[in-house]
Write a protein that binds this ligand. Structure first.
Ligand code: MF3
Ligand code: CO
Length: 294
């Protein structure tokens, strides 16, 4: 096959775990992938296409992931420190038999990323960082349950947020929704980034280039890298079973970022203007998409 993986015999058991014979299950599907690959399309390797039982297990992980963010939503407000958010995330996750994926990930010291105002991503929770009225914060939770990964993030507006900043937060959420609507079987991943970039630009905003979404499920960051600055009709074919995140970082000002923080993690906007991000995890289905976590 195009992905270098073995070819099954017609009467072998299908790779998807259905227990059916290959010819009665994914043979035709695989032939379609093979043809697309031969036509020069970028086709995901079959190992990245999630089987129904993998999707079920990832959804159990996502239940904890969404639960964490619901808890943060209930509690967050003026006076919350980002270290408190970290403690809530850690305790809820561990209390539900799961592991916070960021903790010790490539040396990341905490269980969640908290990115305030001009912090684009990877903010480190800090007991001295207290949220005040007018702040916006992204809380990015990633969860491992029984070895399966889920990942989503939300923005929170603290107290009275200036209208233009609130509009950035709302537009970023809307951009994710528009991106989701582009997730159609046999479409292209580049369709997602194209609508998000267009929408951001129409509002006078810009989209961060260096960071983006990613495949996810059996690992934290799988292929593909999901850019939100793409052209329609380009990139990987959206094959049913492909799972990835949509998580654009949209800046009020210019797209340039500053990665010079000595902690090695915190990414800021170069111009110091606010930035927003929402993240959802999605799987391509036979007739569209299914949200896994949000
Ligand atoms: N949660 C981030 C993402 O959406 C990754 C954070 S990596 C960490 O992909 F180490 F900073 F946690
Ligand atoms: Co992510």
């Amino acid at each position: 096959m195009y992905d270098g993986d073995i070819e099954l015999g017609r009467n072998d058991e299908c790779w998807c775990g259905s227990g059916k014979k290959y010819k009665k299950c994914h043979l035709e599907f695989d032939e379609r992938l093979q043809k697309l690959a031969e036509a020069g399309e970028s086709v995901p390797p079959r190992a990245l296409l999630k089987t129904p039982s993998e999707i079920e297990a990832i959804k159990r992980s996502a239940q904890v992931n969404v639960g964490v963010l619901d808890l943060v939503a209930e509690r967050i407000g003026v006076g919350t420190t980002t270290a408190e958010i970290d403690a809530w995330v850690h305790d809820y996750t561990v209390g539900h038999g799961a592991i916070p994926a960021p903790l010790d990930y490539e040396g990341f010291p905490k269980s969640v990323c908290t990115s305030v105002n001009d912090v684009v991503c990877h903010g480190i929770p800090d007991p001295h960082e207290t949220l005040k009225s007018g702040d916006i914060v992204n809380v990015d939770c990633s969860t491992i349950l029984d070895g399966y990964y889920s990942d989503s993030s939300r923005m929170f507006c603290i107290g009275d947020v200036a209208d233009d900043v609130r509009r950035l937060v709302d537009a970023t959420k809307e951009a994710v929704q528009l991106g989701l609507e582009q997730v159609k079987p046999w479409g292209h991943l580049g369709d997602v980034g194209a609508v998000i970039n267009d929408y951001a630009r129409q509002h006078g905003y810009s989209v961060v280039r260096e960071f983006g979404g990613h495949g996810i499920g059996l690992d934290f960051h799988e292929e593909p890298f999901v850019s939100f600055v793409t052209r329609p009709g380009t990139g990987w074919v959206l094959v049913p079973g492909l799972m990835f995140t949509i998580e654009p970082m949209i800046n009020m000002g210019k797209h340039k970022i500053d990665m010079s923080d000595p902690n090695g993690w915190t990414v800021r906007t170069k111009d110091g203007l606010p930035t927003a991000q929402w993240e959802v995890q999605v799987v391509v289905t036979e007739d569209g998409y299914e949200l896994i976590s949000w």
